[in-house]
Design a protein around this ligand. Sequence first.
Ligand code: SF4
Length: 321
Amino acid sequence: ECFFHVFETEIHNTIIDNKLFNKGDRVAIGASGGKDSTVLAYVLKLLNDRYSYGLDLVLLSIDEGITGYRDDSLETVKRNRDQYQIPLLIISYKDLYGWSMDDIVKEIGRKNNCTFCGVFRRQALDRGAIMLNVDHIVTGHNADDIAETVLMNILRGDLPRLQRCTSIITNDTSEDSSGIETSKILRSKPFKYTYEKEIVMYAYFKKLDYFSTECIYSPNAYRGHARVFLKDLEAIRRTTIVEGLNKGLPQLGIGHTTKIRRMHEAGNLTSGLSSPASPSTPGDESGVATPSSLASEEKGKVVTHIKDLSRLENMPTLGGA
Ligand code: SF4
């Protein structure tokens, strides 16, 4: 019971602290039948009732057309619709694009399947959201997923995505066939700070009805390698997955370089070590944090983090190349 309470309260706090919703919003839950989206649908309904968010919830599922996988998982979503009393819309790649994923794989073979599928799904979700007239799409991406995405973007050297991928809320613009902007749909990830393990435990102990088979096209996915690497890191240090997100440290590397350089030039940083500036640092009346206004405990954490990062940089290249 304590775990349920903490889990639900943390999601509620994430929603409130980040002002994810407005009263009366119509919100589509991207539902695949897997554990993440099933728990998301269950918890959002529960919190919506408990805290009177005033949300109008709908389930939105995309049928990629993967025989033996998506057809089974959609049966789970249909049961969730009845169990949680949330309306459901299913739209398929076949209807939208004339091709199912099975057709595409037959044509191009078993490589880069997730790259195609991911782009199609994103568009399909937008189309579904327009059909449902929703203001907002929520997805079940959790802290582990985000850590994997960060790592993948680093390995690909994709800096624009690296900057965007940790945002809890993003604003998407959709266009009709003539290229005219038709709607702005918010997307958010209420599970940004939630470990995958917690979600599995919650689903298991709540006895939620979810589908746990892996997609037949996923074993070769690039993401799988990032996942294995992160699990290895997590075995060494348990907080690897959310540590940076919770402390705002990703900004140290990708958001505040100019500020860090300015601090360096002003001689406020020693030995190449830098600290994240925080406007809310106590004792800083101007609202602009300086390294000297940071608590020494925080400095210690940053130093440790930077040492860890430099150790990682000195690690041999993956695969021995
Ligand atoms: Fe599509 Fe890849 Fe997900 Fe399968 S694992 S549904 S191919 S994105």
